[in-house]
Design a protein around this ligand. Structure first.
Ligand code: SF4
Length: 271
């Protein structure tokens, strides 16, 4: 095995360990042992650099795609529902004031990524960093999401990332049901326009809202659901993983399942 390949394997294992802990090889060697063996096996390459957070290009970032004269969403305006593209939808709704969250937000977080993505990632709602930047998943939880996607060979550029509500609930509280009811038609429209084949819901709020159920996260995980012409899977929200790293192992099982199903659906993209 060439040093270059050994180095690639080593970097992949380090990434796995950083995200999911030393649990992938629990019945054989620990990841630490494998890394030590690789290191002692005449590796001459320099040590890997710390993993940097990838900043996704703003394919559908907020202000760059607006028309010169943006269409302003009036209260209860439904013109947006006839949008023919993600950009047009953004232009209609980016000033939305349809629920109380508009009064406390800094920036509406529309969503970002590939408008033709085969995989959509859906979280609960923007946090403080997202509210500040107008982009989804850009804080610590966002870095973890980027690393999780990377571990199953997805880049942020190829997926589309959005939330159930587009404005930050104060204090990061769970969005109220009336806020979700008011906002989720926009997400449904995004799904209609993007036409993903897979949807990964992050956290119970996202899973319940997308699947229209009151089920617990445990009852939704490790299952597939068909909705909006897509296969829907549910796993932990990265913010929850930051609070409780013990859930990373289950998350790894969930995202591996997603990758396997994706590869079966798109064998030409098998990674
Ligand atoms: S959360 Fe949704 S419905 Fe409420 S103001 Fe923001 S975009 Fe409009």
């Amino acid at each position: 095995m060439s040093n270059e390949i050994k180095e690639q394997i080593k970097n992949a294992l380090i990434l796995q360990k950083e995200i999911f802990g030393d649990v992938l090889f629990e019945n054989t060697q620990s990841l630490t042992q494998i890394l030590e063996e690789l290191a002692s096996n005449s590796l001459t390459q320099p040590p890997p650099q710390p993993i940097k957070q990838e900043v996704a290009p703003n394919i559908i970032s907020t202000p760059n795609v607006v028309n010169e004269k943006p269409m302003k969403a009036k209260k209860k305006d439904t013109q947006w529902s006839g949008s023919k593209s993600i950009e047009e939808l953004y232009n209609y709704i980016h000033n939305c004031e349809n629920c109380a969250l508009s009064k406390t937000r800094n920036k509406l977080v529309f969503g970002t990524g590939n408008p033709e993505a085969k995989l959509m990632i859906i979280g609960e709602g923007p946090g403080a960093d997202e509210d500040e930047q107008g982009l989804p998943f850009v804080g610590r939880a966002g870095k973890l999401l980027t690393d999780i996607l990377k571990a199953i060979n997805f880049s942020r550029e190829e997926v589309f990332i959005a939330n159930i509500v587009k404005c930050r609930p104060p204090g990061n509280r769970v969005p109220a049901s009336e806020e979700m009811e008011e906002c989720i038609p926009y997400l449904h429209k995004q799904i209609e326009l993007i036409k993903p084949k897979f949807i990964l819901c992050l956290g119970s709020t996202s899973g319940q809202a997308i699947l229209e159920t009151k089920g617990t996260l445990g009852s939704m995980r490790q299952k597939t659901f068909e909705k909006f012409g897509a296969t829907v899977l549910v796993t932990y929200h990265p913010a929850a993983l930051l609070r409780n790293p013990n859930w990373k192992k289950d998350t790894w099982e969930d995202v591996k399942m997603l990758r396997t199903l994706y590869n079966q659906t798109f064998p030409g993209e098998n990674k």
